[in-house]
Design a protein around this ligand. Sequence first.
Ligand SMILES: [Zn+2]
Length: 400
Amino acid sequence: MARTYLRNANLLDGERPAQPGVTVVIEDDRIVSVGSGGTSVRNDDTVVDLRGRTLMPGMVLGHFHPAYSVAHSATDAPESKQAIWAQGNAMRLLKCGYTAGVGAGTFFDIDARLAGAIDSGMVEGPRLIPASRAIAPGPVGGMAREASPYIECHGAEAVRAAVEKEIERGAKIIKLFGASGHALLGAGAMSTEELRAAVEVAEAHGVRTRAHVCGRDKVLDCVEAGIRIIDHADGMDDACIQAFLDNDCFVLPSLYMGWQSKVDPSLPGAELFVAEDFDYMASVLPKAVEAGVKFVPGDDYGFGMLDHGDYPGELVCYVEQCGIDPLEVIKWATKNGGELTGIEGLGTIAPGSLADMVIVDGDPSVDINVLAQPDRIVAVLKGGALASGELPAEQLALAS
Ligand SMILES: [Zn+2]
């Protein structure tokens, strides 16, 4: 089978510092070798000289609402329209260098339908782990309509039934509104029994749970109940950090909206955020990183002031506003994100890994801002195939 040689790459493998002059060889949908070699090139192989451009794993957006759209999500738009918007948003994600998104809540069963359409090749898009609608412990402001992305449940039995139904509809991740805070106001909190019921039903089907949760005690409650994907975690302290480590949790702080709200309180949705929450989290984050907490980027794109397409802006925020090293943030978006998807071999560049990669003009481990400049995203490969952009034209003449 013909192979593709990506030569002279500045390699960011998802974990280690940049390594210049590396050759990565792809065969079918996998990476078969990473090194300085490339001597056994055959006539039918493709050889691309990256001329020092950065080659990094396809990024993962760990908190993704493809069905949310800034202009439309609070309206009573029909399901078909929302599904079309969702596919458009998924394509925007792919073009930004993200080859996977992990659902964090959807309208109807749009995530599952979209993931199925992408996987079958019917439409293009990133790998998508489909989410349920969110299980909510109380009414969520203005959204309690039939087509709401929230299901209000009271009591463990109601939660069980809702989780069963969402899994039947194709959800691979059950989204829970564990407790209010972080733009979710007045919904209250799920009880320990309700949280446990959700985890129990989900696990019985091999489905995972994630919780929107804020406040130290509520965060600890969710982890104790068996939830391993923690969204936001505003107010986390040392005990939460220890609980995340002890239980191998993924944590998605989603600070980009909070930051934007702080900078310009007149932006739509900014009134839902508390500036002190951002300041506190920004101050705690470096300590949690030092301790080894597994963070993954992702935010509420499609809601409030945050439109789809600005995904890498969040990475810049963590570096510039929270003092996290760019290489660490890249690891959040690649290696950690890949693990969060549950797809084997995603998020790293190593022999045997899936050939999901991004070619970047510049080195984001030196300046994270290059990821936020669309013209610097030269090409996106998904499973070894070109999914967006173009491979650099400088192909080497093959020795016959
Ligand atoms: Zn969300």
